[in-house]
Write a protein that binds this ligand. Structure first.
Ligand SMILES: *[C@@H]1O[C@H](CO)[C@@H](O)[C@H](O)[C@H]1NC(C)=O
Ligand SMILES: *[C@@H]1O[C@H](CO)[C@@H](O)[C@H](O)[C@H]1NC(C)=O
Ligand SMILES: *[C@@H]1O[C@H](CO)[C@@H](O)[C@H](O)[C@H]1NC(C)=O
Ligand SMILES: *[C@@H]1O[C@H](CO)[C@@H](O)[C@H](O)[C@H]1NC(C)=O
Ligand SMILES: *[C@@H]1O[C@H](CO)[C@@H](O)[C@H](O)[C@H]1NC(C)=O
Ligand SMILES: *[C@@H]1O[C@H](CO)[C@@H](O)[C@H](O)[C@H]1NC(C)=O
Length: 647
């Protein structure tokens, strides 16, 4: 009550434009807290949580993953909500399938788990643009994560619509939702307290739940991110974290029980020859540290914790984000994260270790038995037949004097093809706009000239020679919009510059090329492509291949037995779809060498399963194009054949 009263005062003072909380939301909730404890129905409650994002997990597997989390000893699950999947087009709400967050929360409740909801609107999460929908980039005057009218309007519409689905699931109404996070580690990014107050107010008005913030453990991150009337918490190492909370959070309206809202149980993988898979497997010292930290938080401090991630899942399709630090760091399709429950839902050694640790902090016999790991299948290798040149599948053309960005063309993800017919001769180094955004494959008259890859600080300098009538084609891949920027670094704030494709002029030897035909290639519905198997396949233009496999297995009620890891061993870089479902990107450089194929998209009982592969660098590596389903996963790195000397 003290908290809500002080919040009401702050809301009134900070922003007259926002409604004061309604009388109903002031009713005593069954979940609350005092200065030292979370209280569930009045009794002390220690949150033993883990992060799991429903939109990264096939819906049919939600229950199995939640059961695994419960059987590890968790009592609470922390899901991020990805706005861009819920509202892919402004005003169109898509809350079915993996986006049905309310259904996820209900299943969690059935499995004995509470929910701490992390709806953003910005979530970071190694997701494209931190979860923002790409259409925000086309709204005039947009400045994300700030007191900016267009941004707050869009954010409020999202929050209001999301709350329609989730407010009925608040603990105060008998549901599982205990708390809702305000923004996400905002203090790393900025210190506009008007902005965070506005987000607080919209969450407060729309959700019936305790609010909290979660920030890094520096003084400036805590001061920037904490919000009057909202419980302040930290992430990372709990020792400096809790110390910093005690030291820097001095406003009583922000003080309360301790929660480490993101205790990292390893980390996400990054594409690149030099980037190994992150895992604690075989690293005894790392695992000992995890156990010590969890013991410290739950035992010595009697604090609450959420392990990030308890189960990472998959960045299916185009959904991964990136970082910019004078070069692009792109997260892999796999979001295995080295987490206790691996990408395919298996209990790892870390799972068993942490489970024994958690046993000490919960009543004897309260942790369920561990559900068994479901067998994965193997698919013998099968051939892939070339069906079409990617450039022959383009649709809608836009013609302009200067290139337009992907967003301006109404496209969110995938590739955009830019074509220019030379009017005069010019030769020299090609510059694809202000900078490569992000990976630019260059062709002249159908022959590949090279790749300008922003993942390198020094990408290849691609020289071209154009004569009158020469056709220059630039295939530009969006490798993931930046999901994180910290004001503690000297780097550019790419959260405010999310544009993909080409921005600015294309020049050759400093001369501006005018006159462009542009073709979006979002590849979001490959069933519309007309493919036929009579293609000469010796060129360097990206090729769409197709192959089929059957599973000699009776039809199943438990599709998990059809899980596998699909590999394209002689592929260099590209994408894979199975029965139209976009698994995501593959790339020979690793560390990911196979794509998680959930059994949920596989057809059993000798039906045909259709595999479509887009290979961006055909014939660069020796050997036939084949695919294979592996029951055991291997991680490894290989040289980047397309950019051998790039650094
Ligand atoms: C918070 O509530 C718990 C449980 O009732 C109690 O033990 C504790 O003393 C309370 N703390 C404060 C500061 O009131
Ligand atoms: C916050 O709002 C107040 C009152 O409207 C205004 O005076 C102040 O300049 C704003 N601060 C920022 C950082 O926008
Ligand atoms: C944590 O508690 C354990 C067991 O009571 C004790 O041995 C240890 O010294 C404590 N660690 C810290 C950092 O306080
Ligand atoms: C692109 O080139 C045109 C023509 O030279 C010039 O007017 C325009 O300012 C350039 N645009 C940018 C973004 O540099
Ligand atoms: C591909 O093969 C055809 C037929 O053998 C040949 O005419 C063509 O020049 C080749 N194309 C390339 C790019 O090598
Ligand atoms: C997969 O790994 C398991 C456990 O390490 C092992 O028992 C099994 O033989 C492996 N299977 C294959 C096909 O390599």
């Amino acid at each position: 009550m003290l908290l809500l009263a002080s919040l009401a005062a702050v809301v009134g003072a900070a922003s007259a434009a926002v409604d004061v909380p309604s009388a109903r939301s002031l009713a005593a909730p069954p979940f609350t807290y005092n200065r030292t404890h979370f209280l569930l129905h009045g009794a002390p409650y220690q949150i033993i949580g883990g992060q799991m994002d429903p939109q990264r997990i096939p819906r049919a597997y939600w229950r199995a993953r939640l059961q695994k989390a419960r059987a590890m000893g968790l009592n609470t699950v922390f899901p991020y909500v990805f706005w861009n999947m819920l509202e892919p087009t402004q005003g169109q709400w898509r809350n079915t399938g993996e986006n049905d967050i309310a259904a996820f929360a209900r299943i969690a409740q059935e499995e004995g788990l509470y929910i701490v909801l992390r709806p953003g609107p910005y979530v970071c999460g190694e997701r494209d643009w931190g979860g923002f929908p790409a259409w925000l980039a086309t709204v005039p005057g947009m400045l994300v994560r700030s007191s900016n009218g267009p941004f707050l309007d869009a954010a409020e519409a999202y929050v209001r619509r999301l709350a329609r689905d989730l407010r009925p699931l608040a603990a105060s109404r008998g549901g599982p939702v205990l708390m809702v996070q305000v923004e996400n580690e905002y203090g790393s990014f900025g210190n506009d307290h008007n902005y965070t107050a506005a987000i607080r107010n919209m969450l407060h008005v729309n959700f019936d739940a305790v609010l909290y913030t979660n920030d890094g453990t520096e003084q400036w991150t805590l001061e920037g991110g904490s919000v009057p009337g909202v419980l302040a918490e930290i992430d990372g190492d709990p020792r400096p974290g809790f110390k910093a909370l005690r030291q820097y959070i001095t406003d009583p309206s922000q003080q309360g029980p301790l929660l480490d809202g993101e205790y990292y149980t390893y980390g996400p993988d990054i594409w690149g020859s030099g980037n190994a898979h992150t895992t604690s497997q075989g690293r005894a010292q790392v695992v000992r540290q995890f156990v010590e930290d969890v013991d410290y938080a739950l035992g010595n401090e009697s604090a609450s914790i959420s392990m990030y991630m308890v189960h990472g899942g998959t960045n299916f399709g185009w959904s991964n984000g990136a970082l910019w630090q004078d070069k692009l760091t792109a997260w892999t399709t796999s979001y295995d994260y080295g987490s206790p429950i691996d990408e395919s839902g298996r209990s790892t050694d870390l799972y068993h270790t942490l489970r024994s640790t958690l046993h000490k902090y919960v009543p004897q016999g309260s942790i369920p038995d561990i559900p068994p790991d479901i067998p994965r299948m193997q698919i013998p290798k099968f051939g892939l037949t070339p069906m079409a040149l990617l450039f022959d599948t383009v649709g809608q053309r836009t013609t302009r004097e200067a290139p337009a960005t992907m967003e301006t063309l109404g496209q969110a993800y995938g590739f955009t093809l830019y074509e220019h017919i030379a009017k005069s001769s010019v030769s020299g180094i090609l510059r694809p706009g202000d900078r490569p955004r992000d990976r630019v494959l260059v062709y002249v008259d159908g022959l590949r000239q090279g790749v300008i890859d922003s993942q390198y600080q020094q990408p290849l300098a691609v020289n071209v020679q154009l004569n009158p009538g020469s056709k220059l084609q630039l295939l530009v891949e969006n490798l993931g919009r930046v999901n994180y920027y910290s004001r503690g670094t000297v780097y550019r704030n790419d959260l405010q510059d999310p544009y993909k494709g080409i921005r600015g002029n294309v020049t050759v030897n400093g001369r501006v090329l005018k006159g462009w035909d542009m073709y979006p290639l979002p590849l979001d519905d490959i069933s519309t492509l007309s493919l036929s198997p009579d293609l000469p396949s010796n060129g360097s233009i990206p090729i769409l291949y197709r192959g089929y496999f059957v599973v000699d297995h009776p039809s199943l009620t438990v599709p998990a037995a059809l899980d596998t890891f699909l590999a394209v061993p002689n592929g260099v870089k590209g994408n894979v779809w199975v029965n139209g479902f976009h698994l995501g990107r593959y790339w020979r450089v690793g560390p990911q060498q196979s794509l998680y194929l959930p059994g949920t998209v596989v057809k059993a009982a000798r039906q045909l399963n259709e595999v479509t592969v887009l290979e961006l660098a055909p014939h660069m590596v020796e050997g036939p194009m084949i695919a294979v389903g592996q029951s055991n996963r291997t991680w490894s790195n290989k040289p980047d054949e397309e950019c051998l000397d790039c650094t």
